[in-house]
Write a protein that binds this ligand. Structure first.
Ligand code: PNS
Length: 168
């Protein structure tokens, strides 16, 4: 049986922690779909298209990984892809409660969809997109936190706008 997994998230921006998880997922599953949520409620730093481009660039070395976007319920999107697994990363105990709630709710919505949790490498256990955005906005070092291509896009975005605003 071919196992298709979805790795959903906001990825604003993608970090080395996300890439670590994608690497692990690509090794474990036959196909891995990195799925960016199109969420009109949040005001992101990067558009979905920009995030998709960054992720596609950074995951090009894995032939079984593709990057898509979705809206609506994750379970519906998973069904449309024929995916059996949702992949999520857990960094610290603090992630667990939220992740458990989502996994259980997704199971209630579709009991055939299995959530698999993986831990990123320890070096990324404190890394988050929110902190990366904050550090970048104050000009701090992002060494080993994001790929070089993401770092230059961050600097360009924050440099041009002067503050963390998406383009209009
Ligand atoms: O990177 P994030 O922001 O933690 O990802 C959250 C995400 C995208 C996995 C979650 O918000 C999601 O799946 N949204 C889709 C809508 C949905 O299915 N909601 C019910 C989940 S229980």
């Amino acid at each position: 049986m071919q196992v298709i997994a979805i790795y959903p998230g906001t990825f604003d921006p993608p970090t080395n922690g996300h890439l670590d998880l994608i690497h692990r997922g690509a090794d474990l599953f036959d196909e891995l779909v990195v799925a960016i949520l199109r969420n009109s409620e949040k005001t992101p730093l990067f558009t979905v298209e920009e995030r998709q481009e960054m992720l596609a660039e950074c995951t090009a070395q894995w032939g079984n990984v593709r990057v898509e976007s979705f809206e609506g319920l994750l379970v519906d999107y998973a069904r449309s892809l024929g995916a059996q697994v949702v992949l999520r990363g857990i960094r610290a105990v603090s992630d667990y409660e939220y992740e458990l709630q989502m996994a259980m709710m997704n199971r209630r919505l579709d009991s055939s969809l299995e959530t698999v949790f993986m831990m990123p490498a320890e070096a990324y256990s404190y890394l988050s997109s929110r902190l990366v955005r904050e550090i970048a906005s104050f000009g701090g070092s992002l060494t080993n936190m994001v790929p070089a291509s993401v770092e230059s896009r961050l600097r360009a975005r924050l440099g041009i706008a002067g503050h963390a605003q998406p383009p209009h």
